[in-house]
Design a protein around this ligand. Structure first.
Ligand SMILES: *Cc1c(COP(=O)(O)O)cnc(C)c1O
Length: 411
């Protein structure tokens, strides 16, 4: 088995397991798909990589080299980006509870746009700007009452979200007052992010309809950022829309709505995270012991919920193979269990695989998003190494954590 022309057994020899493997060529292709197709001759466009999906220096370098902008949700993500020279002007900073210190750090580091989530935040921001006598661009995160998740989406008065404000609510009106009375705040437009792993683009139309309707109340042309959430292929249950089609559809939908409403906007932005990295990521494990119980057969791996929490957290499904045995008869129904002291530490349940023996390599697919970024040291597991492969070459991006590093901060 090869990934971007690099042999997987060689990767195991060189870097050990568990190992996160990222196909850089694949990531670059997807970025290009978005860039080539998410454009319009009626308004500017901007593609931000939502870095919470996978934020390490080597990934940020790829984003930078491929000309995308960046979405950060924490000072840690921003710090990582700045450490590789990412242009802060191309950063949008999110979060429902940015502290005073966070805002200070963001402003002092010249972040391009702050996505203001609520009234209290805007008050805090306004005070800081008055003190510093410094200007920033902001967009307001709106709760547009559209909530989407995978195959379902709901358009309701979903009023209780922790994210965003409701258009024309009292809080919103007060926010406009603050903006109008503070010359340091450049109000640019609106943001909405309606969910993740979405396969039905109609929900973005619903959200855009709302946002474009609101634009009518403003004289200036606004920036609209419609978030991310474009679905990817984990297993055959998932039927993602190719990202060039996603891009074109969103642009067309927006252009049509602008025409219908006789409105102009300055810019349309999207924030894909998962769809840029998920399918480019693999996790490689070594199988240790196997075990049969009356109703189950287990293959135990040398990682688990510490490197991939998604199955335990929300029942996420994955495909996998035993490396070098992809084409053997899959006549064992097995459960892939990690080595943590939790019965729920199962990566894949009741899955057809060939017979495995100790020392075989197991590879899980589509682990590039929310895998490494959600990893933990539970049970004092060491965080695995991350390697990037590209056209026959491999490059270590994150070193495997050592035992010394594990207790480095403990006094
Ligand atoms: C998580 C998130 C994204 C990215 O979502 P994906 O499902 O990874 O594409 C974009 N914008 C905001 C505000 C988010 O919270």
């Amino acid at each position: 088995m090869e990934i971007s022309n690099v042999n997987v057994f060689d990767l195991k020899e060189k870097y050990g397991t568990p190992l996160y493997i990222f196909d850089a060529a694949h990531i670059k292709n997807i970025m290009k798909l978005y860039k080539d197709n998410f454009k319009s001759n009626q308004f500017e466009t901007e593609i931000l990589y939502a870095s919470k999906a996978f934020n390490v220096k080597e990934m940020i370098r790829l984003v930078k080299d491929n000309g995308l902008s960046l979405d950060c949700v924490s000072v840690g993500e921003l710090y990582t980006a700045l450490s590789v020279g990412f242009d802060p002007k191309k950063v949008y900073f999110h979060g429902n509870n940015k502290t005073y210190d966070d805002l200070l750090y963001i402003i002092n580091n010249n972040v391009g746009t702050i996505v203001v989530d609520n009234l209290d935040e805007l008050k805090c921001l306004s005070d800081i700007l008055n003190n510093l006598k410094k200007s920033v661009n902001i967009i307001i995160r709106l709760n547009v009452g559209v909530e989407a998740h995978t195959h379902k989406f709901i358009v309701t008065a979903h009023v209780d979200s922790k994210f965003g404000v409701i258009y024309n609510s009292n809080d919103f009106k007060e926010m406009l007052d603050i903006i109008n009375n503070n010359k340091y705040i450049n109000f640019m437009g609106f943001h909405s992010h309606i969910g993740s792993q979405i396969f039905d683009l109609a929900c973005f139309k619903s959200a855009l309809e709302k946002l474009i309707g609101y634009c009518k109340d403003f004289k200036e042309e606004l920036v609209l950022n419609i978030g991310g959430g474009y679905g990817v292929h984990y297993t055959n249950e998932d039927k993602p829309i190719p990202f060039d089609i996603v891009s074109k559809t969103l642009i067309e939908t927006c252009e049509n709505l602008l025409k219908e409403n006789n409105v102009k906007i300055k810019k349309l932005a999207i924030e894909p995270g998962r769809s840029i990295v998920a399918e480019a990521g693999y996790t490689l494990y070594t199988i240790g012991y196997t075990k049969k119980t009356p109703n189950k057969e287990y293959y135990f791996i040398d990682g688990g919920m510490t490197d991939n929490i998604r199955p335990a957290l929300y029942g996420a499904k994955y495909d996998c193979d035993i490396v070098g045995k992809e084409n053997l008869v899959k006549d064992h129904t097995v459960t892939i269990a990690g080595k943590c002291c939790e019965s729920g530490d199962l990566i894949i349940e009741n899955y057809k695989l060939p017979e495995a023996k100790q020392g075989d390599l197991l590879i899980t697919y589509t682990t590039g998003a929310y895998g490494y970024s959600m990893s933990s040291n539970y049970n004092k597991a060491l965080t695995p190494a991350v390697v990037f492969v590209d056209n026959g070459k491999s490059k270590l991006a994150v070193k495997r954590q050592t035992l010394e590093e594990l207790i480095e901060r403990e006094l």
